[in-house]
Design a protein around this ligand. Structure first.
Ligand code: CMP
Length: 233
């Protein structure tokens, strides 16, 4: 197996318990795939190819499509994360669609092959369960925010979630603390995460910017007043 595939597998948290020989076994059944920005990887309800996927580079969105064609984003997944485990485990059709939001390099493993690996390496199965648990916690938060919060709170909550997952803490020249989110989701994507329209997201972000809680600079988003933003939730 090519050494670079082994290197890719070393960077995946799911496989952190495996040594090089064990990673080679996974590598032998993993097929490298390339998806362009906006290319669909999984279609909701599909039951024809129940493979498992690991993101090597790039980013994907997991989403559901309503009868009117609007999309609700369930999650954005990036480098080192996996998807397709639900159909892998229960054999049911796909629970959601998945599309590349950047050009992405992805490893695909056929369902039968990955099930066999999970039986061989129970620590990988345990790590997968831990991640499913984290995703359920996040989904619970999303349900409560949709059911209980105002649209303003839902957008603030979405920014806080992005900050916790992707934010890098830095200091301004005057020493004040701030958090930088690079390559932030678009306003359309934020609206699909918060269950609202792009126009409302634009209005709320401008308002938060006027209050001095956040700054938007091109594709970067800077959170200046984390505590105040949390109060908007
Ligand atoms: P599967 O149902 O096989 O195909 C769609 C995939 O989207 C699913 O497996 C999960 O990997 C992923 N997915 C579905 N719901 C969520 C969620 N709430 N959070 C993160 N990922 C999800």
């Amino acid at each position: 197996m090519a050494e670079d595939k082994l290197e890719l597998l070393r960077g995946v948290d799911l496989f952190s318990s495996l040594d090089s020989d064990q990673l080679r076994i996974i590598g032998q059944v993993a097929i490298e795939k390339h998806y362009r920005k906006d290319e669909t990887i999984i279609l909701e309800e599909d039951d024809t190819n129940l493979s498992f996927f690991i993101i090597v580079t790039g980013q994907v969105k997991v989403y559901l499509t309503g009868v009117d064609g609007r999309e609700a984003i369930l999650a954005l997944l990036k480098e080192g994360e996996f998807f397709g485990e639900m159909s892998l485990l229960d054999g049911e059709p796909r629970s959601a669609s998945v599309k590349a939001v950047e050009n992405s390099k992805i490893l695909m493993v056929r369902r039968e092959d990955f099930l066999e690996e999970l039986r061989k390496f129970p620590d990988v199965a345990l790590e997968m369960l831990a991640e499913i648990s984290r995703r359920l916690r996040k989904a619970n938060k999303q349900i409560s925010s949709l059911a209980l919060m105002s649209v303003y709170g839902r957008i603030a909550s979405c920014l806080i979630q992005l900050m916790e997952e992707q934010g890098v803490r830095t200091k301004a020249t005057d020493g004040t603390r701030m958090t930088l989110i690079r390559n932030r989701p678009t306003q359309q994507e934020i609206s699909e995460m918060a269950g609202t329209t792009r126009e409302t997201v634009s209005r709320v972000l401008n308002n938060l910017q006027k209050k001095g809680y956040i700054v938007m600079q091109g594709k970067d988003l800077i959170i200046l007043q984390e505590d105040e933003l949390k109060h908007e939730e």
